[in-house]
Write a protein that binds this ligand. Structure first.
Ligand code: ADP
Ligand code: MG
Length: 185
């Protein structure tokens, strides 16, 4: 498979060189996805300079979500994983205020779909996830959002959307790089 990485705020297709289609207003769709047989690949890189901007990026990702999707969020403490989740929640029409489930492991919300918000930072052994009914959540009819997913990588299905948020203090305190990978990436 050809993988090509180009600069931020640009889009890359998998498997063949595909160009994002420009919309009638001259802009490029935020998420450029290509369907190859049953296989949907998404790759996106964005920069953000405020929590609000991060939420907006998340909102646009959230609009593409459907029942059963698993969104994995990784990045250091304070990167903006919970901020990103707020944008996803808005897109899913969740009206409640989103709080971090650091101590509860999972918070459940109802929007146009059920939304399960995990923070697995405190999980020692990935197997412990089964005790809280992890499989019922991730194979259920809702959208699962998992902060610190790298801690339970070995029990996650292959089919998921991975989001990495990275700070770069040299570019400012509020600067973040956000990479979204799904499908074949
Ligand atoms: N561009 C940005 N995107 C997201 N959060 C930002 C940004 N700039 C500053 N912040 C701040 O960083 C913190 C992110 O916190 P949070 O979302 O709880 O992180 P995490 O869940 O990754 O630990 C918040 O205090 C937020 O105001
Ligand atoms: Mg958090």
């Amino acid at each position: 498979m050809v993988r090509k990485s180009i600069g931020f705020n640009s889009f890359v297709g998998a498997g063949f060189h595909a160009r994002p289609q420009t919309k009638s207003d001259g802009t490029i769709p935020l998420i450029y996805s290509i369907k190859m047989q049953e296989f949907k690949a998404v790759y996106m890189e964005k920069t953000s300079n405020s929590p609000e901007e991060t939420e907006k990026i998340a909102f646009q990702v959230g609009k593409t979500l459907k029942a059963g999707d698993i969104v994995c969020l990784d990045g250091e403490l304070g990167a903006g994983k919970t901020a990103f989740t707020k944008g996803l929640a808005k897109a899913l029409d969740v009206k409640d205020y989103i709080t971090s489930p650091t101590f509860t492991i999972v918070n459940e919300y109802i929007g146009k779909l059920p939304m399960y918000h995990f923070d697995v930072y405190r999980i020692g052994d990935p197997e412990d996830m089964y005790e809280i009914g992890f499989e019922e959540y991730i194979f259920g009819d809702g959208v699962s959002i998992i902060e610190w997913s790298e801690k339970i990588m070995e029990i996650l299905p292959q089919e998921r959307i991975n989001i990495f948020i990275r700070k770069d203090i040299s570019k400012g305190e509020n600067y973040r790089e956000i990479v979204v990978k799904g499908g074949g990436y």
